[in-house]
Write a protein that binds this ligand. Structure first.
Ligand code: ADP
Length: 432
């Protein structure tokens, strides 16, 4: 039907009114005819309004037949309705594409709200976590993933942005790595990935390193023993060659010991063996060892807060702190100063080692805790280090929820601070 401007309808109505008035005047029945016209017009409008109302109630039926202005109103509503249906189909196809894509995604993906209630999940989540559709929609995610570490992680994840590994609730042999992304206002996208293969490979690599180190240790110990014996003999054939062999064998021995220590730390559960560590006593032991290693060529000072103990694994902490102290001795020339401290601050419990040694170039600082990372190969060869000391420190700190802060300036010295959370603090009873 042809679309007409509203002015056309107004003009038609005006002509109708004028004609009615003229005929009424001509017949001498102006009032009667005007009233009849008005009544007829109102009845027509009311009749069509009711038809519109009925049609809108049963939206999917065909529009009522009409003419004039009402025919156009019905046509325009029909056009709007068709446009709407077309747009809805387009939206639906975008939603279908997205759902198809999300279902094809190999990682289990869940959307949770601010109360940790599951709002949506994909097909992989159904398979990997044995979720039920739609019963599990609207459930708290902590009811389905009951691992206590998961609830703890979820509570702090938005602040620390970490990843978590937990066994799959449907199959203990599968390890899931969970990460979360915040989106919209308070929603989170949880992504659960099966990392069993990666973990198995990592375990195989660790086992290989540990086994090889272990197998090499015994023959090397025998070799070292014979070399020490040869060195002690007065009529040894080539003293310089024996000295060199001994140095290299000791270096290899230290490397094997560090490799074994690292794999022991990786194997042990961080929550194993957690007990009160008598820090002043541990640090007194480390001071004795430091005096032996340094042989009095440095100004070595220990500033230890008495009665300040912490919860942890004594052997691991001892190994980490010893590495930091030995590094300070190694990389500080004779007469340099080394300060070891243990104190409580608002930030946490801090074990610090500060030296006036060679320092570390700024660009190397972020990488020096990597295994075998060397600041300068010459410096390392002379020092006799293994390149694993700080990797051990970092591992021990991670398992004690602690962080390592390093500040250093080349030629001026370095400071290493191990910062433990205050919740690990234990106040030792003095005199006990
Ligand atoms: P290494 O056994 O070779 O010392 P580490 O992992 O303990 O290995 O240290 C890695 C590197 O960091 C070392 O090669 C050294 O160059 C640097 N480094 C560590 N501690 C210090 C320090 N106190 N002063 C200067 N450099 C240091």
């Amino acid at each position: 039907m042809r679309k007409r401007h509203w002015k056309y309808h107004v003009t038609r109505l005006s002509i109708g009114i004028v004609l009615t008035l003229l005929i009424g005047w001509w017949l001498g029945e102006l009032v009667l005819l005007s009233a009849a016209f008005l009544l007829g017009y109102l009845t027509w409008q009311f009749y069509n309004a009711i038809r519109l109302f009925r049609w809108l109630q049963s939206w999917h039926s065909d529009p009522p037949e009409s003419f004039g202005m009402w025919s156009e109103i019905f046509d325009r509503i029909t056009a709007l309705q068709k446009q709407n249906i077309k747009r809805n189909r387009q939206y639906q196809s975008v939603i279908d594409d997205f759902e198809g894509m999300a279902d094809a995604f190999p990682d289990a993906t869940l959307v949770i709200d601010s109360h940790d209630i599951i709002r949506w999940f994909n097909d992989s989540a159904v398979k990997l976590l044995s979720l039920k559709v739609p019963a599990d929609q609207g459930q708290a995610v902590t009811n389905l993933l009951r691992e206590p570490a998961f609830a703890d992680w979820l509570a702090v994840q938005s602040k620390i942005q970490s990843r978590l590994e937990i066994p799959c609730p449907a199959d203990d042999n599968i390890t899931l790595q969970i990460s979360a992304v915040r989106f919209r206002k308070n929603q989170r996208l949880l992504i659960l990935r099966d990392v069993t293969d990666v973990q198995n490979l990592e375990r195989m690599r660790r086992d290989l390193v540990a086994n090889v180190s272990h197998e090499l240790r015994t023959p090397l110990t025998v070799l070292l023993g014979y070399l020490e014996m040869l060195k002690a003999q007065p009529d040894k054939p080539d003293p310089q060659a024996i000295r060199r062999m001994l140095k290299q064998a000791r270096q290899m021995h230290a490397l094997l010991e560090d490799l074994l220590e690292l794999s022991r730390l990786q194997e042990s559960d961080s929550h194993d063996d957690i007990a009160e560590v008598d820090m002043p006593a541990l640090l007194a032991q480390l001071k004795e060892q430091a005096d032996d290693v340094g042989q009095g060529v440095h100004k070595l000072r220990f500033d230890i807060e008495p009665n300040l103990n912490m919860r942890g694994t004594e052997a691991d902490l001892g190994s980490a702190f010893q590495n930091l102290i030995v590094n300070a001795i190694r990389y500080t020339p004779a007469q340099g100063s080394i300060e070891v401290s243990w104190r409580e601050t608002d930030d946490g419990l801090i074990f610090g080692v500060k030296d006036s040694g060679v320092g570390i170039p700024h660009r190397d600082i972020p990488r020096i805790t990597e295994r075998f990372y060397r600041v300068g190969s010459d410096r390392n060869r002379q020092s006799g280090g293994t390149g694993l000391g700080l990797a051990i420190v970092k591992h021990v700190l991670n398992s004690h929820d602690a962080r390592l802060e390093i500040s250093s300036a080349l030629g001026e010295g370095s400071e290493f601070r191990c910062i433990f959370p205050l919740k690990r603090k234990i106040h030792a009873q003095s005199g006990v």
